[in-house]
Design a protein around this ligand. Structure first.
Ligand code: HEM
Length: 462
C-alpha cells in the first residue's frame, strides 16, 4: 500500500553560516535545519551569545529530560517572550517553585476531573458542529480557524464552567492570537543573544496584548477568588475550583491572586494552542489519505451509528487515536524543548559547558532516519506493528517526558479523539490540489498559509 508523505520544509544540504541560520530561522526555526540534523545523535551550534547542543540520542534525551532533569532546568529562552503574559507560571519555572506548583496543579488533571470535563468537551464540540453546518456543502475552509476556536472554547469552559461567548471572552481570544503572532519575533533574537534586534514596537504590542488578556482573565477570577477567601461554599468542579482549593504541602497556603492569574493564563495558552495545531494537521493528513479517513469513518459509525460519542466510546476508537498519535509524531506541536545545563557535563565525546542550552526536539527525533522506519510517511497503522514498538518506546515524545511531562496529555487525547470522531462521522474532508500548507516552527508547528480543505457533509448512514 502506498502511504501519503506530508509536506515538510526540505532541509538544506549542509549546515548554514551563523548569519544565514539566523535569517532562515527568523521565518521558521525549521528552515535552519539541514540534512544531517535528521541523522545525527548530537549536534552543536556556537554563536557569540549562545552555546547550544541539540540532543537526539535516546539515552541522552532520557538523561536531560528524566533521570538528571534536576541538572537541566528550563532554559529562559522562551520565558523572556512569554513572561509578560504567563508571569511565574509552571511552564517556565524550575526547582522548588516548580515542584510546589506541580503538586498543587496535578489534582486538576486527575482522571476523575477528566470524566467531569467530558460533557463540557461534548457541549463545545456540539457548538463546533453547529458552526460548521452553517457552511455550504463542499465549502473550502481553513480548518485552523475552527480548530483554534473549538479548543479555546473547551479549555475556557473547563477552567471557568462558562462557554467562550460574549465580548470579553472573544477579546481574550483575539488578544491571545495577537500575542501568539508576535511571540516568535521576540524569541529568536533572544535565542541568538541579539536582544537589540527586537523591535520596540513588537515588545510594546506584545505587552499590551498580555496586559489586556490578564485584565480580562482577572475579572473572571476575582469574584471566585474573593468568595473562596471569604469561605463561601461552591459547587463548581472546574479547573479554577481545583486551583482555588489547592494548598502547598509545606506551608498550607493556597495560590495568591497573582499566582492564580499566571497559571490560568498559561493553561489557556498551553491548553489550546498545542491541540489546535495538532488537530489542524490531523485534518490535513486525513484529507490526503482518503482510504484511512474512510476506515476512520467506518470505525466511528460502527460504534456510534448516529449518536454523539460518549466517554465509554473513546477506548474503542483505535484508528482515530492512532491517526492522532501519528499526527503528533509528524507534526509535534511543541517542536523543541530547551533546557540549561546547571553544571559542566560530559555528553558523548563533548563537554556541555555550564549555562549552555540543551535542546531536545520531538520534530527531529520523531523523524530521525535511524530511529524510525519510513520516518516522513503518514502511517497510523505502524502503532499496531511490533517493529515500531522500540521506536515508540525510545523516540516518541510529543508530550515531553520525565517529571515535566505534559500535565494535559490525557486531556488532550480525550479532546482530540472526540473532535476527530465527530468530524469524520459527519464530514468527508478532501484536499485542495492547488493549496499546499507550509509548516513553520513558531510557538507551535503551524502552517504559514493556513490549512485550507474542503468539507463535504455526509448523508446519514453513508
Ligand atoms: C496535543 C496537545 C499537547 C501537546 C502536544 C503538549 C505538549 C507538551 C509538552 C511537550 C510539554 C513539556 C514541555 C517541556 O518539557 O519543556 C508540555 C507541558 C505542559 N502542558 Fe502540554 N501539550 C498539549 C496539550 C496540553 C493541554 C490540553 C494542557 C492543559 C489543559 C497542557 C498543559 C501543560 C502544562 C501545564 C505543562 C507544563 C508542565 C510542567 O512543566 O510541569 N498541555 N506540554
Amino acid at each position: 500500500m502506498r502511504h501519503f508523505c506530508p509536506v515538510y520544509p526540505k532541509p538544506r544540504p549542509s549546515k548554514a553560516s551563523a548569519l544565514l541560520m539566523f535569517f532562515s530561522a527568523r521565518r521558521s526555526w525549521l528552515d535552519a535545519l539541514y540534512e544531517r540534523s535528521y541523522r545525527m545523535r548530537m549536534g552543536e551550534v556556537h554563536l557569540p551569545g549562545l552555546d547550544l547542543y541539540m540532543v537526539n540520542e535516546p539515552a541522552l534525551v532520557k538523561q536531560v529530560m528524566d533521570t538528571q532533569a534536576e541538572d537541566f532546568p528550563k532554559s529562559n529562552l522562551l520565558g523572556d517572550a512569554l513572561k509578560p503574559l504567563l508571569g511565574e507560571s509552571i511552564f517556565t519555572t524550575s526547582g522548588d517553585q516548580w515542584r510546589k506548583q506541580r503538586s498543587m496543579m496535578d489534582p486538576a488533571f486527575a482522571q476523575a476531573r477528566l470524566n467531569v470535563a467530558f460533557p463540557v468537551m461534548q457541549a463545545a464540540v456540539a457548538d463546533m458542529l453547529t458552526r460548521l453546518s452553517a457552511l455550504p456543502d463542499g465549502a473550502e475552509y481553513d480548518l485552523e480557524v475552527e480548530m483554534t476556536h473549538v479548543t479555546a472554547d473547551i479549555i475556557f469552559r473547563t477552567i471557568f464552567s462558562v462557554p467562550m461567548e460574549g465580548a470579553d471572552a472573544k477579546r481574550i481570544f483575539t488578544e491571545f492570537a495577537r500575542f501568539q503572532a508576535i511571540a516568535p519575533r521576540l524569541m529568536l533574537p533572544s535565542i541568538y543573544g541579539l536582544r537589540w534586534l527586537v523591535w520596540p514596537w513588537d515588545v510594546w504590542r506584545s505587552r499590551r496584548a498580555a496586559a489586556a488578556i490578564r485584565g480580562l482573565l482577572g475579572q473572571l477570577i476575582r469574584p471566585r477568588f474573593d468568595a473562596h477567601r471569604a469561605g463561601k461554599p461552591s459547587d463548581s468542579a472546574d479547573i479554577l475550583q481545583s486551583f482555588l482549593d489547592a494548598k502547598d504541602e509545606v506551608t498550607g497556603e493556597g495560590f495568591s491572586f497573582e499566582e492564580l492569574l499566571d497559571q490560568v493564563a498559561m493553561l489557556f495558552l498551553a491548553g489550546h494552542e498545542t491541540s489546535a495545531s495538532a488537530l489542524t494537521w490531523a485534518a490535513y493528513l486525513m484529507a490526503n489519505a482518503p482510504d484511512i479517513q474512510e476506515r476512520m469513518h467506518q470505525e466511528v459509525v460502527m460504534h456510534l451509528a448516529d449518536r454523539q460519542p460518549e466517554l465509554s466510546d473513546m477506548r474503542y476508537l483505535d484508528l482515530v487515536r492512532n491517526v492522532f498519535r501519528e499526527t503528533l509524531r509528524l507534526f509535534p506541536p511543541v517542536g523543541f524543548m530547551a533546557r540549561q545545563s546547571a553544571s559542566a557535563c560530559p555528553m558523548r565525546k563533548k563537554t556541555v559547558e555550564q549555562g549552555a542550552t540543551v535542546v531536545v526536539s520531538p520534530w527531529l527525533i520523531q523523524r530521525h532516519r535511524e530511529l524510525w522506519d519510513a520516518p516522513d510517511v503518514f502511517n497510523p497503522d505502524r502503532y499496531d506493528n511490533d517493529a515500531s514498538r522500540e521506536s515508540l518506546k525510545q523516540a516518541y515524545l510529543p508530550f515531553g517526558m520525565g517529571p515535566r511531562v505534559c500535565m494535559g496529555a490525557a486531556f488532550a487525547l480525550q479532546e482530540a479523539t472526540l473532535i476527530l470522531a465527530s468530524l469524520v462521522r459527519d464530514y468527508r474532508i478532501s484536499a485542495l490540489p492547488e493549496h499546499e500548507p507550509q509548516p513553520v516552527g513558531r510557538l507551535t508547528i503551524r502552517s504559514a498559509n493556513g490549512v485550507r480543505l474542503k468539507l463535504h457533509r455526509r448523508r446519514k448512514g453513508v
